[in-house]
Design a binder for this molecule. Structure first.
Ligand SMILES: [Zn+2]
Length: 255
């Protein structure tokens, strides 16, 4: 399977996964024109759209894409049923597409019914985890979000996180502000900054690296607790809440 992305709207990633016969799956198309353009350029044949959650910047392109390609099947979680979704799916389901089984993973927190899609090594995790950060927690679902992040943390290290927003630099700036002596974060920030300066793609985001530089995956890290002034017996969930709420106050991004 070959993966490509489109950088759309303000900072969204839209993902397209395709096979050697050029059949493709589109993930979270928040806009239609760039997706249709990419599909035409690459001569792809879209079979399905996968939606992680109902926010407009993930779903608004569906109608126009369906008009152009009416045979596409659209999959999404429970609360997307008013948005032209053909098949409602939930955690534990398997979707058979392009001769592969795609696992549906329940990842609530950002929204109540947020789901992710896993086709090894790709995890389309929507607004649950971003490189060096995590999504906003709406409706006070902190415990759900914490469990979703812990679940993703246990995926194989070579899992590639296909998240829906590019917030890496600002996430790293927040982390460096909190942990100014963390060499992994500092080194990664310089690497990302250089790539952006050279107009290079900073993707892929490997989980093994995120475990080092993403503070939301390190809520039980002794060093992190010490530096933010928490006692070592402080609960990992409390650390998560503290980090997420601090990020909200630190000029947080929309999602
Ligand atoms: Zn969202």
């Amino acid at each position: 399977m070959i993966l490509t992305n489109i950088f759309a709207l303000k900072d969204n990633y839209i993902w397209i996964l395709y096979n050697k016969s050029n059949s493709c799956i589109i993930i979270d198309p928040g806009i239609s024109n760039l997706v249709i353009k990419k599909i035409s350029e690459k001569k792809l044949n879209p079979k399905a759209i996968l939606i992680t959650h109902y926010h407009k910047d993930h779903i608004d392109g569906v109608n126009e894409i369906l008009k152009k390609y009416p045979k596409i099947t659209v999959f999404g979680p429970k609360n997307t049923k008013n948005y032209n979704i053909h098949k409602i799916v939930k955690g534990g389901d398997k979707i058979h597409l392009l001769a592969n089984d795609i696992d549906v993973i329940s990842t609530p927190g950002h929204t109540l019914n947020h789901i992710s899609y896993y086709l090894k090594p790709y995890l389309f995790c929507g607004d649950t985890i971003f490189s060096a950060g995590c999504g906003r927690v709406f409706k006070n679902n902190y415990l759900n979000m914490y469990h979703s992040i812990q679940l993703i943390r246990l995926f194989p290290g070579n899992t590639i996180l296909c998240c829906s927003h590019e917030y890496t630099l600002s996430n790293l700036i927040f982390s460096m502000n909190l942990l100014p002596k963390d060499h992994n974060i500092k080194r990664y920030y310089k690497k990302v900054q250089k790539k952006i300066f050279l107009k290079k793609n900073i993707f892929p985001f490997y989980l093994y690296n995120e475990r080092k530089i993403n503070i939301f995956l390190r809520t039980d890290d002794f060093y992190l607790k010490k530096w933010i002034g928490f006692k070592k017996n402080k609960d990992s969930f409390e650390i998560f809440c503290y980090l997420r709420k601090s990020k909200d106050l630190f000029g947080a991004k929309r999602d």
